[in-house]
Design a protein around this ligand. Structure first.
Ligand SMILES: [Zn+2]
Ligand SMILES: [Zn+2]
Ligand SMILES: [Zn+2]
Ligand SMILES: [Zn+2]
Ligand SMILES: [Zn+2]
Ligand SMILES: [Zn+2]
Length: 190
């Protein structure tokens, strides 16, 4: 029987050899190519046909979860160029799993449809709730269509003119030109 040659030091292996990846090693030369530490032959990772210890593998080679930032060793879920643990693919606001529902990715943070709208939709100046569809915009302020009411008589302002006075819409009927100073910039048509 021909004696084995250690692929790391090229010396003959007289006693126990570690055989792995088609090569032989002295047990004390079965080392991680990245950190140089001796590796347990039962617990190592092969990278480019070479030996890498568990810690270096987790540190340099395993994909990281976009949510918890730890390496992904089990099944992962990928979308929009990022990867997640399946258990981490959930809304950051309500923790609802999003694997089979629509989701929104904001800088790596995932939101369900409801919480995306809550966080990122403009808010109605009257009721404070998010505006999901049509908004009435006057000056820099937005309202739900149904919330756009005269500040004085509480009637909805559907057609016709209105004035914005101190950030509040006021219908023409309630306008008293003597008390409300109007300038052309304050007027905004629907
Ligand atoms: Zn050796
Ligand atoms: Zn290592
Ligand atoms: Zn994770
Ligand atoms: Zn949610
Ligand atoms: Zn509203
Ligand atoms: Zn009014």
């Amino acid at each position: 029987m021909t004696p084995s040659i250690c692929c790391r030091c090229n010396e003959q292996i007289r006693h126990r050899a570690v055989c792995s990846l088609g090569k032989a090693y002295h047990p004390h030369h079965f080392t991680c190519t990245e950190c140089g530490l001796v590796v347990d032959p039962r617990l190592f990772f092969a990278v480019d046909d070479d030996v890498v210890c568990g810690e270096c593998y987790l540190g340099h080679h395993a994909a990281r979860c976009s949510a918890c930032r730890t390496p992904i060793l089990e099944r992962c879920f990928s979308a929009v160029g990022r990867k997640w643990h399946e258990r981490c693919f959930r809304c950051v606001s309500c923790s609802k799993p999003l694997i089979s529902s629509s989701f929104f990715d904001i800088n790596g943070y995932l939101f369900c449809k409801k919480h995306f709208r809550e966080q990122f939709s403009p808010r109605c100046a009257a009721c404070g709730e998010p505006i999901e569809d049509r908004a009435v915009v006057a000056l820099a302020t937005k309202w739900h269509v149904e919330c756009f009411r005269c500040f004085i008589c509480r009637q909805r302002i559907i057609t016709g003119g209105f004035r914005i006075h101190k950030g509040q819409p006021i219908c023409l009927a309630c306008c008293q030109p003597t008390t409300i100073a109007l300038s052309p910039q304050n007027l905004c048509a629907l």
